[in-house]
Design a protein around this ligand. Structure first.
Ligand SMILES: *Cc1c(COP(=O)(O)O)cnc(C)c1O
Length: 379
């Protein structure tokens, strides 16, 4: 039996350990832990990488979303259109400001919000659309930007899972997160570019929004102890910025490796005739950076248990759609409102995918999946 952990965060850090140690040592020598020079350098490097004018480091991806909506002035009664199939913080950011998340169901092929359903969800209270580039696959930003321009809505991209993913708009190629009014990123350790703790980023081309966000992340104070805006404390640590600066040059290479792993899975599933046992694979669309590799099967829970016995780690993103979360009950949604999101939550299974995953391990994972589903089909 082979052990295939769901994720292993150690290899890149072992590889870069000397450089990481040197950086962290030098931070202790100056002891400038908050808003030091590395935060600025990281912001500049990421603005350039993403092709945007401004990037503002913040304490987490969740805060990036909250600050983006604060900067847009989302308030009591404002409606924000988003997906019920995402991480909780996309929606809690809206709710925290008194806004109302208006869900539209997902496209079962891409797991992203179904763009066709957006127009019907727009009311006179709608202020913004929050597309989430789930699992590293960009949403149809061309359509979303088209709709938002028609009715004058703001667009906040939740790009927490899509740093480095490409969107194709006409004959233009743009980075996910760089297209809407604001883009939000997370450096949570398991993300494609992960720090040594929490961290996040907001990007924008608007000088006005950028200034608002840099104020809001420091309690709205431009000058010490004069608070122009009602902000929060949400800065990116110097230590996180240092770690991210060391890792950033490898991001594209790591994303390419993830894509390669997705191609391997596809070819192994083909070789073992995965389609005959009803396994559904994710789309290999261009631009996709495979933050997660998600298969679908109605026998998800049994399969997951079986794989665990075989030493293979898997995860479920996400087992309960947001419209059915206990803390969001007051929104008044009920079971059956978003059937595709609900079905996905029952069927999705994330397989191991990380740059260092070996093809042998992937072959073993595929063999075991197909073998389990073949057996269960005839029992
Ligand atoms: C990770 C994630 C977030 C939140 O980021 P944190 O840094 O963990 O706060 C938000 N949205 C999505 C889709 C995420 O995957």
């Amino acid at each position: 039996m082979m052990e295939v952990p769901f994720i292993d965060l150690r290899p890149p850090h072992i590889l870069l350990l000397e450089e990481l140690e040197r950086e962290i040592r030098s931070i202790f020598q100056t002891s400038q832990f908050v808003m030091g020079p590395r935060v600025r350098r990281l912001e500049e490097a990421l603005a350039q990488y993403l092709g945007v004018k401004h990037a503002i480091g913040v304490a987490s991806g969740s805060d990036a979303l909250l600050l983006a909506l604060m900067a847009l002035g989302i308030k009591e009664g404002d409606e924000v259109i988003t997906t019920p199939f995402t991480f909780f913080s996309t929606v809690s950011a809206i709710v925290r400001l008194g806004g109302k998340p208006v869900f539209v169901d997902i496209d079962p092929e891409t797991f992203n919000l179904n763009v066709e359903l957006i127009p019907k969800a727009i009311t006179e209270k709608t202020r913004a659309i929050m597309p989430v580039h789930l699992f590293g696959l960009p949403c149809d930003m061309e359509r979303i930007m088209g709709i938002s321009k028609e009715v004058n809505l703001k667009v906040v991209e939740d790009s927490a899972q899509a740093l480095g993913a490409d969107c194709f708009i006409g004959d233009q190629k743009k980075k996910a997160g760089s297209i809407g009014d604001l883009g939000c990123f997370s450096f949570y350790p398991t993300k494609n570019l992960g720090g040594a703790g929490d961290g996040g980023l907001v990007v924008t081309d608007s000088g006005e929004l950028a200034e608002k966000i840099s104020l809001l992340r420091s309690h709205g104070a431009r000058d010490k102890y004069v608070h122009e805006l009602l902000g929060i404390n949400s800065r990116l640590d110097e230590i996180q910025a240092a770690v991210l600066l060391v890792k950033l040059p490898y991001l594209d290479q790591w994303n390419e490796e993830r894509r390669r792993k997705a191609e391997y899975y596809q070819s192994f599933f083909k070789e073992y005739e995965g389609e005959k046992v009803g396994i559904k694979l994710p789309p290999l669309e261009k631009g996709h950076i495979f933050h997660q590799y998600i298969i679908r099967t109605p026998k998800r829970d049994e399969l997951r248990k079986y794989l665990q016995q075989k030493g293979i780690g898997t995860e479920v993103y996400y087992p309960l759609p947001l419209h059915l979360q206990p803390s969001l009950k007051f929104l008044g949604y009920k079971k059956g409102d978003f059937p595709e999101a609900e079905r996905a939550s029952q069927e999705v299974l994330a397989l191991p995918i990380y740059p260092e995953l070996s093809p042998q391990a992937q072959r073993y994972v595929v063999q075991e999946i197909v073998s389990f589903l073949r057996k269960s089909a005839f029992s």
